[in-house]
Design a protein around this ligand. Structure first.
Ligand code: PGA
Length: 250
C-alpha cells in the first residue's frame, strides 16, 4: 500500500512573517495526523526558517531547485550539500517552470536527479505535457522521454527513493485540472513504463498529480488507484486550503 504525500510548492512567494504564520498553522493543525506525508517547498532563503519551525513536526521540507554541480564557481546556484545542511528531505527536479522559463533540458534534469540521490535526498521529478502536445496526441511520448532521460542516468534503481509528480503544463496555475480519469490514465502509463524495468519498484513508487489541485477537487483525484497524492501550487499558500487537501488524502 503506497502512502500518499501532499506537497506544497510555494514558488517565489512568501516573507518571513507570512511563512511563520503559514507554517505554525500547519504544525498545529497537522500535529496529531499521520495519515499522509506532508512537505513544503519554500524559496531557498527560507529553508533555515523551515528547519527551525518544522524540525519536530510531521511536516517535511525541500527545495524547488538545485544545482547539478557539487561546488565551485557557479554564481547564484545552490548545491545538494547546502540543501542537506538545512535538513531538506526533498528537492523538486524539472518543474515545468524550470524547463520552460529557465531552459532546463531533460539532460539537466537527469543530472540533478542523480546528484540529489547521491546526497541522500529524495528527488521529486516533475513531468508533463503542454496543451499542444496533448492535443497532438503526444502526451506519453513527452513523458516517456522525460522519464527515459532519468532512467539513462540513474537506472530504475534510482526510482527506489524518488517521487514523480505528473503536472500537465496546461493545468498549472490555470484553474483547469485534469479530470480524475485523465490523471489516472497518465499515472497508470507512467507506472507501466517503469514496470518494464522493475515491477516492484514501479509498484511502490509514489506518483503525485499537480495542476490546480484545490480542496474541492482533491478527493476525486486522490480516489484514482495510481494517484498517490498531490503537488499543490497556488492552494498551498493558503494553509486552511492546504490542510483540507491533506485531509482529503486520508
Ligand atoms: P498550481 O501549481 O497548483 O498553482 O496549479 C502546481 C505546481 O506548479 O506545482
Amino acid at each position: 500500500m503506497r502512502r500518499k504525500i501532499v506537497a506544497g510548492n510555494w514558488k517565489m512567494h512568501g516573507t518571513l512573517a507570512e511563512n511563520e504564520a503559514r507554517l505554525s498553522q500547519l504544525v498545529l493543525e497537522l500535529k496529531s495526523r499521520d495519515a499522509c506525508d506532508v512537505a513544503v517547498f519554500p524559496s531557498a532563503p527560507y529553508l533555515f526558517q523551515c528547519q527551525n519551525l518544522l524540525a519536530n513536526s510531521i511536516v517535511m521540507w525541500g527545495a524547488q531547485n538545485v544545482s547539478q554541480h557539487p561546488s565551485g564557481a557557479y554564481t547564484g546556484e545552490i548545491s545538494t550539500a547546502m540543501l542537506a545542511d538545512f535538513g531538506c528531505q526533498y528537492a523538486l527536479i524539472g518543474h515545468s517552470e524550470r524547463r520552460e522559463l529557465f531552459h532546463e533540458t531533460d539532460q539537466d534534469t537527469a543530472q540533478k536527479f542523480a546528484v540529489v540521490l547521491e546526497a541522500g535526498l529524495k528527488p521529486m521529478l516533475c513531468v508533463g505535457e503542454t496543451l499542444d502536445q496533448r492535443e497532438s496526441g503526444d502526451t506519453m511520448v513527452v513523458i516517456n522521454r522525460q522519464i527515459d532521460a532519468v532512467l539513462a542516468s540513474v537506472g530504475i534503481a534510482g526510482f527506489t527513493n524518488a517521487v514523480i509528480a505528473y503536472e500537465p503544463v496546461w493545468a498549472i496555475g490555470t484553474g483547469k485540472t485534469a479530470t480524475p480519469e485523465q490523471a489516472q490514465e497518465v499515472h497508470g502509463a507512467i507506472r507501466q513504463q517503469l514496470a518494464q524495468h522493475d515491477a516492484v519498484i514501479a509498484e511502490s513508487l509514489q506518483i503525485l498529480y499537480g495542476g490546480s489541485v484545490k480542496p474541492d477537487n482533491a478527493e476525486a483525484i486522490f480516489a484514482q488507484p495510481d494517484v498517490d497524492g498531490a503537488l499543490v501550487g497556488g492552494a498551498s499558500l493558503n494553509p486552511t486550503d492546504f490542510i483540507k487537501i491533506c485531509n482529503a488524502a486520508g
